[in-house]
Design a protein around this ligand. Structure first.
Ligand SMILES: [Zn+2]
Ligand SMILES: [Zn+2]
Ligand SMILES: [Zn+2]
Length: 323
């Protein structure tokens, strides 16, 4: 599959910072322009692009003009155009959609939002790592060193070495055993269990959120979630109490918020929520605890010793069974 290639037409330093960082992290590629005319030439000479992201209005960028020129030759399905708008150009939002913009991106926006809207959520950011972890203690004879790694216990959903805790403590005290950090994982803040993650409601943790339109009432300038305007089958402004609002003449809708179907909380974006597979607790991903995954390199001589000891104890068990 081809790497997504975007044409970015913006001259705003803050949003360019977020965009450049995101493009780099996801492994997507982009061509940057800061003027409408340069962007038109770039479209002709350096395409095809998978999408165009353009600022609605700034000193040197006229997004509507560029959008109209793109739509003269390419449909929204052929070349998606995403317009970056700020509060001050909300009034152009409806015109932009009518003129063929695929979506609007409210500025300022997060890296995550940019990924979702442009569809560049990185294929190359997903990497498979070698499960054996090529960890080699200094100067050791690799073939003779065994690495004890913790595994997830399917009963408790926690990492375990499969040996009693005092054995792990004895490895920690043993100077012939080397401890190496192999990884860090996020675990449940309550019980250190393994969580799964979902995007959900920041108030209650539910994953059942749906996009909610934001209404901008022209007369009193109030902006709020559509659900706060609902009154039976009509819309009424919760601030100035004007009833039977008519789309277009009384208000405009802006996309971008999400409402929780379980608790009705409205927020800009769903946040990452962890759900512990062990104790079933739900928590914000930012509250998860970083657990270092430690591998213990145990020299062959030590393992031989352990095996001999085990044999001795098995034999001792057999002897006592005979008697
Ligand atoms: Zn109002
Ligand atoms: Zn909720
Ligand atoms: Zn837990």
């Amino acid at each position: 599959m081809n790497t997504p290639s975007l044409l970015i037409v913006d001259d705003h330093p803050d949003s360019l910072f977020v965009i450049r960082k995101t493009i780099k992290e996801t492994g997507a590629t982009a061509v940057y322009c800061s003027e409408t005319e340069t962007a038109k030439n770039t479209l002709r000479s350096r395409g095809p692009f998978s999408a165009v992201v353009v600022r609605m209005l700034s000193q040197s960028v006229d997004g509507l003009d560029l959008l109209k020129s793109i739509r003269a030759s390419a449909s929204p399905a052929e070349l998606p155009v995403l317009l970056i708008i700020s509060d001050s150009d909300l009034e152009f939002a409806v015109t932009a959609i009518d003129s063929g913009a695929n979506d609007l991106l409210m500025s300022p926006f997060s890296s995550q939002e940019f990924c979702v809207r442009t569809g560049i959520r990185g294929q190359s950011a997903r990497r498979r790592i070698d499960t054996t972890h090529p960890v080699v203690p200094d100067s050791a004879d690799v073939s003779r060193v065994h690495c004890e790694m913790p595994k997830v216990d399917p009963e408790t959903f926690r990492f375990s070495y499969g040996v009693p805790n005092d054995v792990v403590s004895s490895w920690n005290r043993d100077e012939l055993v080397t401890a190496t950090q192999l990884d860090t994982v996020l675990v449940c803040p309550e019980c250190s269990g393994i969580p799964t993650f979902r995007h959900g409601c920041e108030a209650c943790g539910s994953a059942m959120t749906e996009p909610e339109a934001i209404i901008h009432h022209y007369a009193c300038a109030h902006i709020g979630a559509e659900s706060t305007f609902r009154k039976g089958s009509s819309l009424s402004c919760p601030k100035c109490l004007q009833n039977d609002l008519v789309a277009g003449s009384d208000f405009e809708c802006v996309c971008g918020a999400h409402r929780c179907q379980d608790c009705n909380h409205v927020a800009n974006d769903p946040v990452l929520i962890g759900h512990c597979l062990s104790c079933q607790c739900r928590f914000a991903a930012s509250e998860a605890i970083s657990l270092p995954i430690i591998g213990y390199h145990i020299p062959a001589s030590k393992r031989q010793l352990r095996r001999n000891r085990r044999k001795t104890s098995v034999r001792a068990g057999a002897d006592s069974a005979d008697s």
